[in-house]
Design a binder for this molecule. Structure first.
Ligand code: SF4
Length: 294
C-alpha cells in the first residue's frame, strides 16, 4: 500500500481494531458534508456541516493514482457523502469518477442520495458497486435523522434503478439506534431485497459527545433510555461509547436473521461480532466482482 498520498488516503478509521474492512483507499471529493445527519461520526471536524470543495482535487488525485496499485479498492467516500447537495452545483464526484475510468481500480460508492443516478453512465464504465444507506423507511424520521439526504423512498428508487442498470448494490442499515430505528430492520431488509440488493452491512450507533447531544436534543422522550444505555452502561472502545455488548449483539443477530430470511448476505461493521458475518467482505466491496442477481 502507498503512503504520502494527498487525497486518496489509506482507509484506517480511527485505527479501530474492530474494523475488518479489506485493505482499501478512501477518497472524499468534498471536505465536510451537507446531509447533516444527527449521528454523524465525523462532525467533530470544524464546520463539517458546511461542505466545501478541495483545491486542485483532480490534479492531486491524478498524482496519487500514479502510486496506487492496480486492482485496488477505492471507497468513495467514508467521511462525507459524494452525492450530498453541493454535488449538484460543483459535480466534483462526477469529475473524480470520470478521471478514475482511466485506471484499473475497483470503486465502492457509499451514499444516501438518489442524486447518484445522474452518474449511471460512468458507473457502467467502472468496476463498481454501490452501498445505499437506509436507516429508516419513515419519511418523517429520516427528515429528523438525516435532514438533507434523500428521503427513503428516493433512495430505494435509486437502488432499483442502479440494479436495473447492472450495478451491484447492497444496503447499509447503519447506524441502528436503540429506541429509534431498531424495529424497522426487517422491513428495510425486505424492501432492499425487493429492489435487488444482495447484501446488508449494519452496525449499532456509537456515541460521541457531539452526536449524542444532537440525538438527545431531537428525541428528548428517549433521552433517559439512551443515557442509561450509553452513559451509564456503555462501553468505551477507542474514544467511542458503544451500547452494552449483549444489546448490540441482540440487534445484530436480529438483523442477520432478517437477511437470512430474505436470502441476503450480512456483515457487521466495527462491532467485533465476526461470527455473525457471512459475506466475503464486511463493507460490500465483494459485490464489485459480482454479476447482478437480476
Ligand atoms: S452522510 Fe455521512 S458524512 Fe454526511 S452527514 Fe451523514 S453521516 Fe456524516
Amino acid at each position: 500500500m502507498c503512503e504520502n498520498l494527498k487525497v486518496v488516503r489509506l482507509f484506517d478509521p480511527w485505527k479501530s481494531q474492530l474494523c475488518s474492512c479489506p485493505v482499501k483507499y478512501s477518497l472524499n471529493p468534498y471536505t465536510g458534508c451537507g446531509h447533516g445527519c444527527l449521528y454523524c461520526y465525523v462532525s467533530y471536524v470544524p464546520k463539517f456541516f458546511n461542505p466545501r470543495t478541495k483545491k486542485d482535487l483532480i490534479r492531486f488525485m491524478e498524482l496519487d493514482m500514479r502510486k496506487v496499485e492496480k486492482g485496488a479498492i477505492i471507497s468513495i467516500s467514508n467521511s462525507s457523502d459524494p452525492y450530498q447537495p453541493i454535488e449538484a452545483d460543483y459535480g466534483e464526484s462526477r469529475k473524480v469518477l470520470e478521471a478514475l475510468t482511466k485506471y484499473s481500480v475497483r470503486i465502492l460508492i457509499i451514499t444516501k442520495s438518489a442524486m447518484i443516478l445522474k452518474d449511471l453512465d460512468i458507473f457502467r464504465k467502472l468496476k463498481s458497486a454501490v452501498m445505499l444507506t437506509v436507516t429508516t423507511l419513515k419519511n418523517d424520521l429520516a427528515q429528523r435523522l438525516e435532514p438533507f439526504a434523500s428521503p427513503p423512498f428516493k433512495r430505494l428508487y435509486a437502488l432499483e434503478k442502479l440494479v436495473e442498470n447492472g450495478i451491484p448494490c447492497g444496503v447499509r442499515i447503519d447506524p441502528i439506534i436503540p429506541c429509534i430505528n431498531e424495529e424497522e430492520v426487517e422491513e428495510i431488509v425486505k424492501e432492499a431485497k425487493a429492489r435487488g440488493a444482495s447484501h446488508v452491512t449494519s452496525s449499532t450507533y456509537k456515541a460521541r459527545k457531539h452526536n449524542f447531544i444532537r440525538i438527545v436534543r431531537e428525541f428528548p422522550q428517549i433521552s433517559k433510555k439512551l443515557r442509561k444505555l450509553y452513559l451509564e452502561n456503555g462501553q468505551w472502545i477507542r474514544g467511542t461509547l458503544y451500547a452494552p455488548e449483549e444489546i448490540r449483539r441482540e440487534i445484530m443477530e436480529r438483523t442477520r436473521d432478517a437477511c437470512a430470511k430474505y436470502q441476503m448476505t450480512f456483515s457487521t461493521c466495527r462491532e467485533g461480532f465476526y461470527d455473525l458475518n457471512n459475506s466475503e467482505s464486511c463493507d460490500g466491496s465483494h459485490l464489485i466482482n459480482q454479476k447482478n442477481p437480476r
